[in-house]
Design a protein around this ligand. Structure first.
Ligand code: SF4
Ligand code: SF4
Length: 428
């Protein structure tokens, strides 16, 4: 006689998925067409059919332990072929939004940064805080506030000291929250696949080897957007996304270089600032190119989302729009602040610069708490997929060649009756 176990559906999880854009989840009747047509699904672990079932049943723990959720790029191919219009691509997008909230610490920040009013409020609050800081700094320097005399120079208005005082604690919070989220996610997917490393109950692979053997190839694949480009319905999204990713990398390099030059070399030793840089400075040229790529990339994504939403191929959630418009605002205010500075229009330049700083801080704060966190979790899933394949094939090294449970997840508490056995699909 088949063993019978009781399923405990997590109703709040189902409600969360439906509220985040996955309201079509219950239309699915498990035909598995989606898993067959998905260009990114694998033979060993096809998706998104199983995730549709788990989401319908409210199996939040199963979903939390499923890295496949993050291997989906919401291309919409599955939704286009679904005979029930269950929109599995959008359901997976909604599951990811829920996962981000699940891993966010403190959760209040995820609540704040996942709705338009909260993000606008954060930008306004950051704008006010920057003005207060500029005022306090003007008391210290004696520079006229709010519009200093002479040529527009943001680095007289704000030297690196007040900027660091505001930004460094935020950097600390973002790094800590990102670390917590990624390590908890890794523990969950390790449990889900039956590989017990990093769950606290098994030996850990050395981080250095994990990084070189699985991290670097995963990063290379992400940078190339190879999987993104395999998407059929929304393949052009890869173009805008690639521009954004590369522009973030370039801006990160510029920020790091300027931080080292200004904060570590110029100001402490030469008692002057390295900025503003002349337009012909290679670092400046590099930064300007990155800013243009940021704006163009965000604009391409906005255009594509509008078009595909109108065609019914893709559903864009509030979180999708928040992120892409916030990125666009960062780029647009940065370029505008530079142009107004070059035109020497202080009355507009200084408020624009403050607005730029406010959008930058909000976007940065959003990294672990908004849809932006897909950067963290999808990257982790890419790394994990390689690691898991090798572990299950006994090729991983680390002295962990024999996985704890080579045939898959350990028996779950909420297994199903024989009658409710999931159908199996095959990739063709
Ligand atoms: S295509 Fe996928 S989502 Fe649509 S009904 Fe079939 S299994 Fe469900
Ligand atoms: S949206 Fe695209 S990548 Fe995601 S499951 Fe559907 S077909 Fe696959």
């Amino acid at each position: 006689m088949a063993e019978t176990k009781k399923i405990q559906p997590d109703l709040s999880f189902i409600r969360g998925v439906m509220a985040a854009g996955g309201d079509t989840v219950n239309k699915c009747y498990q035909c598995a067409t989606c898993s067959v047509v998905c260009p990114l699904s694998t033979e060993d672990s096809p998706f998104p059919r199983k995730e549709m079932l788990w989401a319908q049943w409210g199996l939040a723990d199963k979903i939390a332990g499923d890295a496949d959720v993050w291997l989906c790029h919401q291309c919409g191919d599955c939704s286009a072929y679904c005979p029930r219009d269950a929109k599995p691509g959008d359901v997976l997008g909604a599951i990811r939004i829920n996962a981000i909230k699940h891993y966010a610490e403190p959760k209040a920040l995820a609540d704040l940064l996942s709705n338009t009013a909260g993000v606008l409020g954060t930008v306004i609050a950051a704008f006010v805080v920057w003005y207060i800081v500029a005022f306090l700094w003007s008391l210290h320097t004696g520079i006229k506030f709010p519009f200093p005399d002479g040529e527009v120079n943001y680095h007289h208005y704000f030297t690196f000291i007040p900027i660091d005082i505001v930004v460094l604690p935020i950097v600390g919070l973002v790094v800590w929250a990102s670390y917590k989220g990624v390590t908890n996610f890794w523990a969950d997917i390790s449990k889900g696949s039956g590989i017990v490393s990093y769950t606290g109950t098994g030996p850990h692979p050395p981080l250095g080897i994990l990084f070189t053997k699985y991290g670097i190839p995963a990063f290379q694949e992400i940078l190339s957007h190879k999987r993104f480009e395999e998407c059929g319905q929304t393949a052009e999204r890869a173009k805008g996304h690639k521009l954004l990713l590369w522009s973030f990398i370039m801006l990160f390099i510029v920020t790091t270089v300027v931080f080292i030059l200004n904060d570590i070399i110029y100001v402490p030793f030469l008692h002057e600032e390295f900025t503003p840089m002349p337009q012909w400075n290679p670092i400046k040229i590099f930064a300007n190119i990155a800013a243009i790529m940021l704006v163009v990339g965000a604009w391409l994504i906005i255009k594509m989302r509008k078009q595909k939403t109108a065609e019914g191929v893709l559903k864009s959630s509030e979180q999708d729009w928040i992120l892409v418009w916030l990125i666009f605002s960062v780029g647009a205010t940065g370029i505008a602040a530079e142009l107004f500075r070059l035109m020497n229009i202080g009355g507009i330049a200084y408020p624009t610069y403050i607005l730029h700083l406010a959008t930058v801080v909000t976007l940065f704060l959003a990294v672990p708490y908004s849809k932006f966190a897909h950067l963290l979790y999808r990257t982790t899933a890419y790394v994990y997929q390689r690691y898991e394949d090798d572990m299950k094939a006994g090729k991983a090294g680390f002295g962990l060649e024999v996985p704890v449970n080579p045939v898959g997840p350990p028996p779950a508490e909420e297994e199903k009756t024989e009658e409710s056995e999931e159908p199996k699909e095959e990739k063709s």
